[in-house]
Design a protein around this ligand. Sequence first.
Ligand SMILES: [Zn+2]
Ligand SMILES: [Zn+2]
Length: 289
Amino acid sequence: MDNLSASDRGGLRVNVTFYGVRGSTPSPAEGNRRYGGNTSAVLLERAGDPPIMFDLGTGIRSWGLTQPLDGTFRATALVTHLHWDHIQGLPFLAPVDRHGAQLDVFAPVQERGTLTAAFAEFMRPPFFPVHYSELRGDIRFTGVSDHDFEIGSAKVKVRPVPHCGPTVGYRVDLDGTSVVYISDHQAPLHLDRVADSVLELCDGADLLIHDAQYTPDEFSEKALWGHCTMEYALLVARESGARRVCLFHHDPAHADDDLDRLHAEVRDKAADYDLDEVISAREGLQIQL
Ligand SMILES: [Zn+2]
Ligand SMILES: [Zn+2]
């Protein structure tokens, strides 16, 4: 793991680790090896606090392999929405399948039915050999839309985010630092405004992890597919006063060399947006706050 921009404020460090950074669908390929092909999965950790996962995409499997398999596993998942690329890792999160394990899943309130019913529909034969209810650990679902709550010493703020179907973003304030996670964000057609709920989440954040799926040309072709441009992520940061942006949820069509080039072009504009740093999310990256 690389360390990036570490700043020791005299307290315990908050670590943000990326296990999956790809949007839409897993895309393992020779040309994607450096950034990675697993879908959305980011871990927030501080010594003494239970781990918090942002989303349960396919990347979460490899983190699960590092966790206890004796039923002592405890964790919280903050899920932005129920599209496949954000939940497909749950059936492969090995420590949950143990008696005594506990996983708290927060996810947006659904338009119809409960979250438990939605996950039971997603994880059952013939789509998967094991029914959700057969997992041996205790999974507790809580629907959220516009809430504030606490997990240990972390303060969590949830607000709606424009996308396709019920979707939220999360802000976690922990040990004097703030991390905002907005994985999928439908920008307005003219890429010129930011929803008030998003501005509230991002207000002065130390780190904003944000959707960066498209180039301007791609956005013009797919303007209603639920996403935004890389440069729009910078606009969200500037309008909200966030200091650092991490470009995330890469399009499966963007290979490593494409992302290098596209992100370099966006990074050149950081000064125009009054940002301290523009970071490229890739599997294995660890940011210490
Ligand atoms: Zn997505
Ligand atoms: Zn989505």
